[in-house]
Design a protein around this ligand. Structure first.
Ligand SMILES: Cc1cc2nc3c(=O)[nH]c(=O)nc-3n(C[C@H](O)[C@H](O)[C@H](O)COP(=O)(O)OP(=O)(O)OC[C@H]3O[C@@H](n4cnc5c(N)ncnc54)[C@H](O)[C@@H]3O)c2cc1C
Length: 429
């Protein structure tokens, strides 16, 4: 008779590690299976971890976690063909622990997090892929991996956006191209001092910089630069169905982004260290699957717990918080020896109370709003054009802003439409 685990967690990303850690801390027999050679081997993101969630689990995590820099500065830019208009926010509060956000490289961070899970007493089996589910009537009773049957009282899917096992559990369908964005990222090495000079940073200060503009060729998406210790994470995310419809390669958009005169000088002289691609679910609560069934729970990206408002993209904190909520549900179910759907419904209650479902509901309209192509080409062009008109001194008499605005928008879009869409942006985001 094989050992039966209290829980098997599929995936050692942020959701799986948070779940495994919480379960092991409560003394449960936990197996975390991770298909990568090591945790984080194939994982990528932008990436900045925002908020206190990780600190709730591992107090003072910043003292030992391999984070790169704390985010002291947020910058947002609109790029036209050759111009750039920016807004920036910085406050000394973001430079004090517990930090509002930290930049992270997943290969280092996930590996560290998985080690913490092991230290807490869970087994983390890397290079092992969950391939099938074992069924006992309506109950999910284990997984098959590398030809082995591994029984457990409950399975927690923390497998990310390509959640084949959650699909096999019958609680979600394959993601549609409209509901995911394609992310591509390069990690570019530069000396620390060069990064600090180019981005106006000192010490371990970092920047999270988001871009929209004509480089996405009007397709919904944007670019980003995050500063690490001795490297930059430079990438783009673009709606997958739009790429397919317009027959554009995501990599060409990344190349256009890097070739913009404003970006080129930020990465000049850098050495490519890493190139990676990954999908990110973006439709949020609008396509959220059922989150539990007899012997099964789903968390993180597998459940579509990501909020993208155009200003910020957050998924890792949702993954950690939902991993913890799933673990708390399993701990309670174990006390009652009841892993049925009605017992696991407690997970939904926890999610309703936390920021997870509240934020997903608050920004429910954002995915639809962000499909508007004018946001990605026309408006950045207009903003840069207007800034140029306002700031150029060509020796001619100056005009009022209103007149410039009318000239810049004529034949392109009505002022009424701009006002209406601005209002919608404020209401949605
Ligand atoms: C380009 C890009 C930029 C992003 N930027 C940010 C950002 O700046 N901030 C932010 O908060 N979020 C960001 N995100 C989103 C964030 O990366 C995710 O929300 C987060 O990683 C979700 O964590 P997870 O644990 O649910 O899934 P994942 O991180 O995807 O982890 C899933 C794990 O499961 C493993 N796995 C999958 N299937 C199996 C299987 N069958 N058997 C065994 N193992 C399996 C995988 O190998 C992986 O390790 C970004 C995403 C992308 C793509």
């Amino acid at each position: 008779m094989k050992e039966k685990f209290d829980a098997i967690v599929i995936g050692a990303g942020p959701a799986g590690c948070a779940c495994g850690y919480t379960l092991a801390r409560a003394g449960m027999q936990v197996l975390v299976v991770e298909r990568g050679k090591f945790a984080g081997a194939k994982n990528m993101w932008g990436g900045a971890f925002y908020g206190p969630t990780l600190g709730d689990l591992i107090p003072n995590f910043w003292e030992e976690a391999p984070f790169e820099r704390y985010i002291a500065c947020h910058r947002f830019s609109a790029l036209s063909k050759d111009s750039c208009l920016s807004a920036e926010f910085t406050t000394p509060k973001f430079s004090e622990p517990p930090y509002n956000g930290v930049t992270i490289l997943r290969s280092k961070f996930d590996r560290w997090f998985a080690t913490k899970v092991e230290e807490m007493g869970a087994i983390v089996a890397t290079g092992l892929e969950a391939e099938e589910l074992i069924w006992d009537g309506n109950f999910i009773a284990g997984i098959e991996a590398s030809g082995d049957e591994l029984p457990a009282s409950v399975i927690v899917s923390c497998e990310g956006v390509n959640s084949v096992i959650a699909e096999k559990a019958g609680i979600k369908n394959k993601s549609k191209a409209r509901d995911v964005k394609q992310g591509i990222k390069e990690v570019i090495a530069l000396p620390r001092e060069t990064i600090n000079q180019r981005f106006n940073l000192t010490g371990n200060e970092g920047i999270a910089w988001e871009f929209i503009g004509s480089f996405t060729r009007g397709l919904p998406g944007g670019g980003f630069i995050y500063s690490n210790k001795d490297s930059l994470s430079v990438g783009i995310v673009v709606q997958l169905n739009a790429l397919a419809e317009k027959q554009v390669k995501a990599n060409d958009i990344l190349e256009d982004f890097k070739a913009h005169p404003y970006i080129t000088r930020l990465i000049d002289g850098g050495k490519l260290l890493e190139y990676s691609a990954h999908l990110v679910p973006v439709s949020g609560i609008n396509v959220m699957p059922k989150l539990y069934r007899d012997g099964f729970l789903v968390t993180g990206d597998a459940a579509g717990f990501v909020v993208g408002t155009g200003l910020i993209l957050e998924g890792a904190n949702f993954a950690v918080a939902s991993g913890i909520a799933a673990a708390e549900t399993v701990i309670r179910a174990k006390q009652k020896e009841d892993f049925s759907e009605s017992s696991l419904a407690y997970y939904q209650e926890l999610l309703e109370k936390s920021f997870i479902l509240k934020d997903l509901k608050t920004f429910k309209e954002a995915p639809h709003f962000l499909e508007n192509p004018r946001i990605y080409s026309l408006y950045p062009d207009l903003a840069c054009d207007l800034a140029e008109k306002l700031l150029t001194n060509d020796g001619k008499p100056r005009k009022k802003v209103w007149k410039h605005l009318r000239e810049a928008t004529s034949n392109k879009v009505s002022l009424f439409q701009i006002a209406w869409e601005l209002l919608k942006a404020v209401k949605t985001i």
